[in-house]
Design a protein around this ligand. Structure first.
Ligand SMILES: [Zn+2]
Ligand SMILES: [Zn+2]
Length: 212
């Protein structure tokens, strides 16, 4: 089984997820930690729980999800894996980061690419990679079928959906993606989103005003 720990980082209140197995082998997803206090909070948890991070994933590469990428790559000596369609999105962050006040943002490059239908190992467990474009052109989600949950990034939120007014975003594509790739999952699958509280597929099918 995998443990899930979430942290809420940076002024965008982004949810960073840490998945790890009972041996302490961990995967970091969307590290939004930027200031020293945030990075210390993550490091303290790793030390306390004796977790070793062995890989770094991004659901997509908007600024709030990548602020800690370069730091995490260096600190843990891990590869960054993203979907190929996010390369330009990641590249753009270094241009606009100062406008958002993130002075000293360090850019990072992907070391490898994740594709739909593939699997990524987290310790002894596996996550399925599903391509869910619309909020960002190369947005992916990670599904743990054994334990019935989704690390969902900014596609589907509790009673909301991701914005689609950023470059590469498209509202209809996002709705189609959610219906085809997420609402086809069983109702009891939990969704851990990039912002806000966790939810479930069944709850959103019933209560999400964008998708009813
Ligand atoms: Zn986003
Ligand atoms: Zn976000």
């Amino acid at each position: 089984m995998l443990y899930i720990k979430s942290f809420t980082f940076n002024p965008f209140q982004e949810n960073t997820y840490l998945l790890y197995d009972e041996k302490g082998i961990g995967t970091l997803i969307d590290p939004g930690c930027f200031d020293l206090a945030e990075r210390k909070e993550l490091l303290d948890f790793l030390t306390q729980e004796k977790i070793r991070i062995t890989q770094l994933l991004n659901t997509h590469c908007h600024i709030d999800h990548v602020l800690g990428n370069a730091w995490a790559k260096k600190t843990f000596g891990v590869d960054l894996l993203i979907h190929k369609e996010e390369v330009a999105v990641l590249k753009a962050v270094e241009v606009y980061a100062p406008n958002y006040g993130f002075v000293g943002y360090e850019t990072s490059e992907a070391d490898g690419y994740l594709t739909e239908g593939g699997e990524i190992k987290v310790g002894a467990e596996a996550l399925k990679i599903i391509f869910v474009p619309g909020h960002a052109p190369g947005h992916i989600i990670f599904i743990n079928h054994a334990e019935k949950y989704v690390i969902g990034g900014d596609c589907l939120f509790r009673e909301s959906i991701g914005r689609t007014d950023l470059p590469g975003g498209d509202h209809q594509t996002l709705l189609d993606s959610i219906r085809a790739k997420m609402f086809t999952l069983p109702d009891d699958y939990v969704v851990y989103p990039g912002h806000g509280l966790e939810t479930s597929i069944g709850y959103e099918k019933k209560n999400n005003p964008f998708l009813r």
